[in-house]
Design a protein around this ligand. Structure first.
Ligand SMILES: CC(C)(COP(=O)(O)OP(=O)(O)OC[C@H]1O[C@@H](n2cnc3c(N)ncnc32)[C@H](O)[C@@H]1OP(=O)(O)O)[C@@H](O)C(=O)NCCC(=O)NCCS
Length: 173
């Protein structure tokens, strides 16, 4: 119904407008934004949904690379995901999440973390990240901090702080 396509460089401005609309302009104060600072999002995992008629942007999902614990285990951080208020509740958010998690798995990412509403993400397989011994570098509500193995067993022995990836594994934003 609403096809998913890769994000294009020209979508960036519309995505910022959509994020301001859905999350408010205070969104950049959140802890997750500290993890995104100076780091480019993962282009192969950035997708959008457009309205066919005029190509207006209806939905967007992006991921950032992160590192877990002292050994800096590579992981991806899902979000932000946003759907235009006029089009929410029609399956666009779920489709974007499923599509991008599949893409992440296919290209070999092994662990995905996020901060978001537990009831929304639980059905995809996310569980408490704090229960797995992971921590965020700032305040987040415990139950909103979640993790999922994209490769079974990938979290075994992994614990500690979520951080920006080491410089060698980061593209500058
Ligand atoms: C959250 C968001 C991305 C979901 O996208 P969407 O296209 O509206 O969602 P879908 O149509 O795929 O799914 C709708 C279902 O999810 C549920 N849902 C939507 N947002 C939810 C939330 N924050 N918490 C729990 N459930 C939620 C709806 O009740 C609905 O359930 P139902 O199918 O049982 O009726 C979208 O509503 C949005 O952009 N919200 C504002 C930004 C935001 O909060 N994003 C991050 C979420 S943590």
């Amino acid at each position: 119904m609403f096809p998913i396509s890769p994000e294009r460089p020209a979508d960036a401005a519309q995505i910022e407008t959509l994020l301001d609309l859905t999350f408010g302009s205070e969104r950049t104060q959140k802890t997750v934004y500290r993890l995104r600072e100076g780091v480019a999002h993962l282009k192969p995992l950035a997708f959008v949904v457009r309205r066919d008629a005029d190509a207006a942007l209806l939905g967007s999902i992006r991921y950032w690379p992160v590192a877990l614990g002292e050994t800096q285990v590579p992981a991806v951080m899902l979000g932000p995901v946003a759907v235009h208020p006029d089009y929410q509740g029609q399956g666009i958010g779920r489709a974007l999440i499923r599509h991008s998690l599949y893409a992440a798995t296919r290209v070999g990412h092994r662990i995905c973390v996020l901060v978001g509403d537990k009831p929304y993400y639980e059905p995809f397989g996310f569980t408490s990240a704090a229960d797995r011994g992971l921590e965020m570098p700032g305040w987040v509500e415990r139950e909103r901090f979640q993790v999922m193995e994209l490769l079974p067993g990938a979290l075994t022995g992994v614990a500690g702080m979520v951080a920006r990836p080491p410089r060698g594994r980061r593209k500058a934003a």
